[in-house]
Design a protein around this ligand. Structure first.
Ligand SMILES: Cc1cc2nc3c(=O)[nH]c(=O)nc-3n(C[C@H](O)[C@H](O)[C@H](O)COP(=O)(O)OP(=O)(O)OC[C@H]3O[C@@H](n4cnc5c(N)ncnc54)[C@H](O)[C@@H]3O)c2cc1C
Length: 400
C-alpha cells in the first residue's frame, strides 16, 4: 500500500487525507499544532462560494503588492488560470455536497451568500468582477433593496441599502467543525494524525524529517483539547522517514519545505463570533446565511446559533454587524480570533505536483471553498488517473 505523508492538518490537509485514505493509501498527517484546523482554518468566515474564488472584491495589500497583482492579472495565461480556479471551485462545491450527504456531515451549515451594496458606487465597483464571472459562465442574481430584505429578513430596515447580488452554489458553515468531522472519517479509513510534530525538511526522494515537540513547549497552542488518534510512538529529536509521496498543505511554510522562493505574502484578518439572541417575537434575528458587506469588506455569516463578522480590522467587523443586525447578538460573549491569509500575486491557489512531491496551497480567501475539490484532484492525479476537472494552469511551474 503506498505510504503518503501530508504536511499540515488545516482544511486543505485534512480534506486531502480523507480523499487519499479513501483511495486506499496509507496516510500520515503531520501538524505542529495539537489539533486539526488550528491556524487559518480555525474561525474563518466559513463561506463556500465559487464566485468568491476569483479576486473581485477589494485588494488587501499596499501599493507594492498591488503592482505585483496588476502585473500578474495581465499575464497572458491569467484568464485561463482564473477559469481553472472557477472550474475547481464549482467542482469543489459538488464534491463537498457529495461528502456531506454520503457521510452525513453536520457543520452548522446554512445556505446562501448575498453581496450587499450600500450605494450605486458599490455596484459600479463590482461591475468588472461580475462581467468576468458572467464571461466564465457563472450567473449571479441581482436584487434591489426589497429583494435583499426578502432573502435576509433580519436586515436592519433603517440601514441604507442600494441592492445586492445573490451568488449561486453558496453556503456558509463552520470550517473548523468540518475539518474535525473529516479527520474522524479519515481516521476510520486508517489515516494517522501526528500532532505536535513539526516537519523540518523534506525532499524529492520522499524523505520527511520531522520532530515531535511535547505540547507544553509549544507557544500559542489552541485552548481546545487535543485531537485523538495519534497512535504513533513519539521520540524526541529530528527523525527521518521515507514515503512514496508527500503532499505539502502547510500554507506559508510550504515554500520553505519545497525549497522554493515563492512570492507569497500574508495578511492578518479578524473574526468576531457572538451568540445570537433568542427572542420568540423576533425569529429573524441575525443573518439566515452569508452576507458580504462590499463597502466595508466584511463577511457576516450565520454559524449555527451564532453570527460571525470577519474583516481586515475589528472596527469594521463591529460596524458592519451593528449597521445590518443591530441588537441581534450578545457582544459580551463574543469570541475574537485572528488568522492569516496566504496569497500569491495572482490571488489564485497553487495545486499540483508530480513524482513524489505534491502541493495543495489553499487560496487566501477561498481555501474552504476549494478544499474538497483540490483534495480530490490531487488524489486522482497521485494515483495516475486523470482528474475530473482540469487545473493544469494552477501548478507550481506557473511561478517560473
Ligand atoms: C480571516 C479569514 C477569513 C477567511 N474566510 C474564508 C471564507 O469565508 N471562505 C473560504 O473558503 N476561505 C476563507 N479563508 C481562507 C481559508 O481560511 C484558508 O484558505 C484555509 O483555511 C487555508 O487552509 P490550509 O489548510 O491551506 O492552511 P491552514 O489552515 O493554515 O493549515 C496549515 C497547517 O499546516 C501546519 N504546518 C505549517 N507548517 C508546518 C510544518 N513545518 N510542520 C508541521 N505542520 C505545519 C500548520 O500548523 C497548520 O495547521 C479565510 C481566511 C482568513 C484568515
Amino acid at each position: 500500500m503506498p505510504r503518503i505523508a501530508i504536511i499540515g492538518a488545516g482544511i486543505a490537509g485534512v480534506s486531502t487525507a480523507l480523499e487519499l485514505a479513501a483511495d486506499g493509501h496509507e496516510v500520515s498527517v503531520f501538524d505542529r499544532r495539537g489539533s486539526v484546523a488550528a491556524e487559518a482554518s480555525f474561525a474563518n468566515a466559513g463561506t463556500i462560494a465559487p464566485a468568491l474564488a476569483l479576486p473581485w472584491t477589494q485588494p488587501r495589500f499596499g501599493l507594492g503588492w498591488r503592482g505585483k497583482q496588476w502585473r500578474a492579472a495581465r499575464h497572458p495565461a491569467f484568464a485561463e488560470r482564473a477559469a481553472a480556479t472557477l472550474r475547481l471551485a464549482v467542482y469543489s462545491h459538488q464534491r463537498l455536497q457529495a461528502l456531506r450527504k454520503t457521510l452525513q456531515l453536520d457543520y452548522e451549515r446554512a445556505e446562501g451568500q448575498l453581496v450587499l451594496l450600500r450605494d450605486k458606487a458599490d455596484r459600479e465597483a463590482i461591475a468588472p468582477g461580475l462581467e468576468r464571472l458572467a464571461a466564465l459562465g457563472l450567473v449571479v442574481r441581482e436584487l434591489d433593496a426589497a429583494g435583499c430584505r426578502a432573502v435576509e429578513p433580519g436586515l436592519n430596515p433603517e440601514a441604507k441599502l442600494f441592492g445586492g447580488v445573490q451568488l449561486p452554489l453558496a453556503e456558509v458553515g463552520n470550517c473548523r467543525q468540518f475539518a474535525h468531522l473529516l479527520r474522524v472519517e479519515a481516521q476510520k479509513l486508517g489515516a494517522r494524525f501526528r500532532f505536535h510534530t513539526t516537519v523540518r525538511s523534506l525532499d524529492a526522494s520522499g524523505e520527511v524529517v520531522h520532530e515531535y515537540t511535547p505540547p507544553e513547549e509549544l507557544a500559542g497552542a489552541p485552548s481546545s483539547p487535543p485531537d485523538a488518534g495519534d497512535t504513533v510512538p513519539q521520540t524526541q529529536g529530528p527523525r527521518g522517514e521515507r514515503f512514496d509521496a508527500i503532499v505539502v498543505c502547510a500554507a506559508l511554510d510550504g515554500a520553505r519545505l519545497l525549497g522554493r522562493k515563492l512570492p507569497l505574502r500574508t495578511a492578518v484578518s479578524h473574526s468576531i463570533t457572538a451568540p445570537l439572541r433568542q427572542l420568540e417575537a423576533h425569529p429573524d434575528l441575525g443573518p439566515r446565511g452569508g452576507l458580504t458587506d462590499h463597502q466595508l469588506g466584511v463577511s457576516l455569516s450565520r454559524i449555527g446559533q451564532r453570527v460571525r463578522a470577519t474583516a481586515g480590522d475589528e472596527a469594521s467587523a463591529h460596524k458592519s454587524l451593528n449597521d445590518w443586525f443591530p441588537g441581534a447578538s450578545l457582544p459580551g460573549q463574543a469570541l475574537r480570533w485572528s488568522g492569516e491569509h496566504v496569497e500569491l500575486p495572482d490571488g489564485l491557489p497553487l495545486i499540483g505536483g508530480g513524482g513524489r512531491l505534491w502541493i495543495n496551497l489553499a487560496h487566501p480567501d477561498a481555501g474552504f471553498t476549494l478544499a474538497s475539490g483540490a483534495a480530490r484532484v490531487i488524489s486522482e492525479r497521485l494515483a495516475g488517473r486523470k482528474a475530473e476537472v482540469d487545473v493544469s494552469g494552477l501548478d507550481l511551474d506557473r511561478l517560473g
